[in-house]
Each structure stands twice: as C-alpha cells, then as structure tokens.
Design a protein around this ligand. Structure first.
Ligand SMILES: N[C@@H](CCC(=O)N[C@@H](CS)C(=O)NCC(=O)O)C(=O)O
Length: 203
C-alpha cells in the first residue's frame, strides 16, 4: 500500500488509520508546491488532482479523497472495528462526521494561517470555525471519541485537522471537550507512531 503524503497536512488522517490497522505503508513524500515526487517524478501522473492524501492499493486502485480513503482502509480490516458495517445507522453517523470534518473543519482552518489569503477573510473563517467547534464540543460531552467509546476513522481525520489549530494559533481551551478529545487522540500509539514516521522521513 502506497501512501502519498505531505507532512503537516490532512494526509496524516489516513496515515493514523494505517497505523491503527497495522498497515506499514510505503510512504512517498510529495512536494505539494511543485507537485513533485522524490527524484523529480510528476505527482500528477499518479493523482491528476495534485493533492494529498493519495493511496495506491496493491491491486492498483488509486483513491484521492480523505473520507473515502479512510472508509476503504477500515473496510479492509473490519475485525479492527475502526468503522461500523456498511448500511448500519452507526456507519451513516461516521459518514456524517467524515463529511462534517471534510467540509466544515478541513476547509475553514487553513484560511486562518495560510499565506496569500486576504486578511479580511481570516476573521470570517475563524468565526465559522468557532461555531463548528461549539457544536463539536456539545457532541463530545461525556464521550471519549466522536462515536462514543469507540475510536473510528472519523477520529483519525479529526486529529489531523485539529493539528492545524497550532499554526492557526486557535486556542482550544474555549472548547474544553474538544481540547480533551484532541489530547486523548494525540496520545494514541497510532498517532505517536505516525508522527514519528513522518518526522524520521523528514530528517
Ligand atoms: N478533497 C480533498 C482535499 C485534500 C486537500 O485539501 N489536500 C491538501 C493538503 S491538506 C493539498 O494537498 N493541497 C494542495 C493542493 O490543493 O494543491 C480531500 O478531502 O481529501
């Protein structure tokens, strides 16, 4: 299984899921600015969309959307319990979270810290994010993870995205359940291992 990734991006979500599932990925770093692979190869020759994450499975399937990659990975190892069975209401609830993270968190956090964003848009993104995190904070009341006691691929994705609260200088203490949840996710062996692997590859 090949994981095309860039350190510090959303590709960390699928990377966490792989570590949870015991998959040792072949990790291929992507230079996102130049769309280049190590050795100068053209990343868009693999993923024409030019963004990470991108995975190539052993049967040659290529997948390029976080929420789909995460479901694909978890479905390969149903016994690991990283996602409920397809067709169940729990599965739709995980998909609900994946979609929320993808459209409401993933796309509202980067405008707070990326360069080349009009300065007057930054507070707009911040205000939108705050509303979304208020919702998440309420949902996490009394829960360990987004689905309750069970860690799922939605938590893998959320961890990768909440990492950006650091460069965004967004103080999570205003959302104490989210803050405790994020710290709980970061302490998992899978997250520690994925971090270590990306650090080692960058060294
Ligand atoms: N629709 C994709 C978006 C992935 C995405 O935004 N990737 C960012 C990194 S977090 C990226 O590679 N950006 C570079 C680009 O868009 O050219 C998904 O949900 O997985």
């Amino acid at each position: 299984m090949k994981l095309y990734y860039t350190k510090g991006t959303c590709s960390f979500g699928p990377h966490i899921a792989m570590r949870e599932l015991g998959i040792e990925p072949e990790m291929i770093p992507v230079n996102l600015m130049e769309k280049k692979l190590p050795g100068g190869g053209d990343f868009k020759g693999h993923n024409p969309k030019g963004y990470v994450p991108y995975i190539e499975t052993d049967d040659g399937t290529g997948l390029s959307e976080c929420g789909v990659i995460l479901q694909y990975l978890a479905d390969q190892y149903p016994e690991k319990g990283l996602i409920p069975a397809a067709g169940t209401s729990e599965r739709y609830k995980v998909q609900d979270w994946l979609s929320f993270i993808g459209s409401e968190l993933h796309k509202n956090l980067p405008p707070m810290f990326l360069p080349n964003i009009p300065e007057d848009y930054r507070p707009v993104a911040r205000a939108r994010l705050e509303v979304r995190l208020n919702y998440m904070n309420e949902e996490l009341e009394g829960k360990h993870y987004l689905m309750g006691d069970r860690f799922t691929v939605a938590d893998c994705y959320a961890t990768a995205i909440l990492n950006w609260t650091k460069p965004a200088k967004y103080d999570l203490s205003a959302h104490p359940n989210v803050q405790a949840y994020y710290e709980r996710c970061c302490a998992r062996d899978s997250v520690v291992a994925a971090n270590a692997a990306e650090e080692a590859a960058a060294a």
